[in-house]
Design a protein around this ligand. Structure first.
Ligand SMILES: [Zn+2]
Ligand SMILES: [Zn+2]
Length: 233
């Protein structure tokens, strides 16, 4: 069955979109070096690359307090920009498997240190998820959870209303836009430490909104894990 599916829908490289062999596992050899992993030094708060190695925090985190404890990201956004676009808007749900595995492999040690009780994907609005057919953050979380043996909780945080696309807004507008965007209808007191999973970390406003709600519900520590982080998103 898998063979037949591979013939009908041959696997394609997540970056160049060319047909690849199953052995290449999602990304062709030419494109592999193009994946830019975040390397040290990174911001101790959000995980963004830090230019000056003497700085513990990125310029943004130096001036802004976040509600989450710490976060890490896998790639520099610029290196996976078009791929993430296809992942979200062109029905490439299968990218979640490749990218989730990458996140699990490269960030497993970090996850072990955080000792989370669960992974929580940042939700999409229900109507948007129906239209897209899936939530890319949940695809990532499911793969990470499977590889790292951490439960995924996708029925805790919900998006309450449609929000304007974040890229159209400045920081202040983003905060207002998101303030009432999420809801946690039930008690989550059994979860002490959770990791929020999303595809892109931009200003951290989305993460802070959800982290704030979780902290109000009695969660003690909220961490963030994203596929990509960068400026100019
Ligand atoms: Zn390629
Ligand atoms: Zn930072």
């Amino acid at each position: 069955m898998k063979r037949l599916l591979d013939l009908l829908f041959p696997p394609r490289c997540v970056l160049c979109d060319e047909v690849i062999s199953p052995e290449e596992k999602g990304c062709c050899e030419e494109c592999r070096p193009k994946l830019k992993y975040i390397s040290e030094p990174w911001c101790l708060k959000c995980g963004a690359p830090v230019v000056n190695s003497e700085d513990s925090y990125c310029p943004s985190c130096m001036v802004r307090k976040h509600l989450f404890t710490a976060g890490r990201a896998l790639y520099e956004y610029s290196s996976v920009r078009t791929s993430i676009y296809r992942f979200k808007y062109s029905g490439r749900a299968e990218y979640g498997e490749f990218y989730g595995r990458e996140m699990a492999e490269k960030l497993k040690e970090q996850l072990k240190k955080w000792k989370p009780d669960g992974l929580i994907p940042i939700p999409l609005h229900a109507a948007k998820e129906r239209l897209r057919g899936y939530n890319q953050a949940e695809k990532l979380a499911r793969a990470i959870g499977r590889y790292c043996d951490i439960p995924v909780f996708d029925r805790i945080v919900f998006r309450r209303q449609k929000t304007r696309p974040m890229k159209e807004l400045n920081v202040k507008e983003r905060q207002n836009n998101l303030k009432k965007a999420f809801i946690i209808p039930q008690d989550v007191v059994k979860l002490k430490r959770v990791v929020l999973v999303d595809d892109i970390y931009t200003t951290g406003t989305t993460m802070d909104s959800v982290a704030g709600l979780l902290l109000e519900k009695g969660v003690l520590e909220v961490y963030t894990l994203t596929l990509a982080i960068g400026t100019g998103i």
